[in-house]
Ligand binder design. Sequence first.
Ligand code: GLU
Length: 334
Amino acid sequence: MADHDRIASAVAAAWSQNRDVTGGANADYIPALATVDPDLFGISVVTVTGDTINAGDANTEFAIESISKVFTMARAMDEIGSDAFHSQVGTDPTGLPFNSVMALALHGDKPMSALVNAGAMSSVSLIPADSTEDRWAKILAVQSAFAGRTIALSETINQSEQTTNAHNRGIAWLLKAAGYLYDDPVGVCDVYTRQCSTLITTADLATMGATLANDGVNPLTGARAVHGENVPHILAEMTMEGLYEASGDWAYTVGLPGKSGVGGGLMAVVPGRLAIAAFSPPLDSHGNSVRAQLAITQIAATLGLSLYRKPHEADGQNAGRESSIRLATAGRQK
Ligand code: GLU
């Protein structure tokens, strides 16, 4: 079967076999996320040649949330270099929830990872800018470059987050006190909150992932979104921290760098080949979408995509492995 047909068949099967899965709950600590239709379920794959395959609600917009951290990390690393980024933010897993203050206390208030809230705010503050609006414009620009279309803020999500983000504001001030926030905490937390409140589809998200798979060049537009030498650092960080405290289980089971968000989105990247994105709002207790994890696990297994095995060796032989993913049970309601 041609590559396109094999991928399309795996995507269609993952959608139809997981659409009726129940379990998990919408994030509700951000009030606007609690009201999103929990039945929504979309899957997209974009290859490095720009082939796009969609299933279900692939063109429905949802809040990018934590997945935005990947693109801010990319921009900050491009601006200051990977060595400076390494020392000023850190690049190790915390092993603790994405908004953990204990994780900071355990590491001398160093964020450790750009993919937790503390490190994401540090990353925001490292993007050189003359003003909050200038920094926000740069972050919107990098999200848009990765997606290949103009990404915009949801006023509703942003308003909901800005009025309930006291915990993140506290983290910003702790970072400032420790010397790991490199600008004004109020403006940085504002921009961080906005970057989480933009709207994307799974078709966008798969394109964003495919841009990473394609060494930083968007396969649909042909434009570079991030320096190629920074891509391996970003994918390594996604492997270590991309699915919160379940990142290790994900690497063990699926074998692909991934990043999730509490809006229900999840992307996984196969360097040199493609990216898979899925979206469905109900989350497990770690904050990862239940259906999205199942769908991507199934597609990766069916197509033999794990980075830790010889490429293509087991194509088509792993269709039963999807059930082995271990999902944390309850919904995220912090
Ligand atoms: N805006 C969310 C927060 O800061 C993002 C969390 C996430 O998706 O992990 O809590």
